[in-house]
Design a protein around this ligand. Structure first.
Ligand code: MRU
Length: 357
């Protein structure tokens, strides 16, 4: 039988002028593939978390801007760019925290700009298609490399805790935080993985526990308030989580609750690793204080997933989608180029100087 891991998280169906995604709001109960064709459909799918996870959002944005420009009839470069910027800004407004969204759109823009001196519509569209496909292919390669680098930090039989879903469903394959787990699993490491359920949207329960269990990984679901309990018992040898934006000093935004896990891990001397493709490291954001944290609807806390509302009518609700883990709590940032250690401002800068120009 087909497993959830046999589906593509995000696929370009070029002949149909569509992006195909798994509607992640329906998992794990229903695996429904949906097609996104218009700007509004793409925007909504990102906003509503039908497609989510920083790298998957980036890939969707790349395909999205390509499809939205594919049938442009612009007569010259300036007209084309005006249209491009309108669509880019629109897609970019769908979610604020994951930098991969603007990263992918900026990358598409840089490619288009290269054609400024010799405007040829057919050529520009072909370049955009190729670049969007490259973003996806690179995501798979980068995740695998993060997996190899992360795997070197743990040993067979280890207990690993993860928060939210930085899994295959958040990327195009392997995931980031789950990549060491999948590679270790292939190699007979027999990890014991604890998945935080991740209130309020339950990405850990609905997505991570589902995909890891489907892969045959030994998976235990815990509520978010249980991480201290399992760490105190010595059941966790390492924490791997993903990220939505890493600032230049190493402060890291990830799903709400991540900084709680990091604080607990520090208390029990469990190494806490951020798995970060360099596309998620934002050198233009100096510290975590400069990261825009998305606020979401109160109903996600008060009633969503419950059979009936579980909070008094009218109660005030605070519902930030992400929090920032201070760099002092991070043992290492696992990138495709290796594991960065403190001082992170220095190690991140050196990595960018060396590998990214
Ligand atoms: O709100 P979500 O589900 O998009 O949040 C996702 C996360 O916080 C992930 O950990 C992060 O995007 C990394 S995905 C490899």
């Amino acid at each position: 039988m087909k497993s959830i891991l046999d589906y593509e998280t995000v696929a370009l169906l070029d002949e149909q002028d569509a992006i195909e995604i798994i509607d992640q709001t329906k998992l794990p109960g229903t695996t429904q593939l949906i097609l996104l064709k218009t700007g509004e459909e793409i925007w909504n799918a990102i906003y509503l978390l039908q497609v989510r996870g920083a790298p998957a959002i980036g890939v969707t944005a790349g395909f999205g801007i390509y499809l939205l420009m594919k049938h442009s009839t612009a007569a010259d470069y300036d007209v084309f760019m005006k249209e491009f910027h309108e669509k880019k800004d629109y897609l970019n407004s769908s979610r604020p925290t994951a930098v991969n969204l603007s990263w992918a759109l900026n990358r598409m823009e840089r490619k288009v700009e290269q054609a400024a001196d010799h405007f040829d519509l057919t050529e520009i569209i072909a370049i955009m298609k190729k670049e969007s496909e490259t973003i996806k292919a690179e995501d798979i390669d980068v995740c695998r490399r993060i997996g190899e680098n992360g795997l070197a930090l743990v040993k067979p039989g280890d207990g690993i805790l993860t928060h939210c879903n930085a899994g295959q469903l958040a990327t195009c394959k392997y995931g980031t935080a789950t990549a060491p787990i999948y590679l270790g699993h292939e190699r007979g490491y027999h990890f014991h993985v604890f998945c935080d359920e991740t209130r309020p949207l339950l990405q850990g329960a609905r997505l991570t526990a589902y995909e890891l269990q489907s892969a045959g990984v030994d998976t235990t679901l815990i509520c978010d308030n249980m991480s201290a309990s399992v760490m105190k018992q010595g059941l966790v040898n390492a924490v791997f989580v993903g990220c939505d934006r890493v600032a230049a000093n190493g402060d890291t935004a990830n799903k709400i609750g991540t900084s709680v896990v990091a604080t607990v891990a520090a208390r029990y001397h469990v190494p806490f690793y951020i798995c970060a493709p360099t596309s998620t490291i934002d050198m233009n954001t100096k510290t975590g204080d400069d990261i825009h944290i998305e606020q979401r609807k109160p109903e996600e806390v008060t009633e969503m997933w419950y059979k009936e509302r579980m909070a008094p009518e009218g109660v005030k609700v605070y519902n930030p989608a992400f929090d920032v883990t201070d760099h002092e709590l991070i043992s290492g940032i696992v990138t495709e180029f290796g594991v960065l250690r403190a001082p992170f401002d220095k190690s991140i800068r050196e990595m960018f100087d060396r590998y990214k120009h």
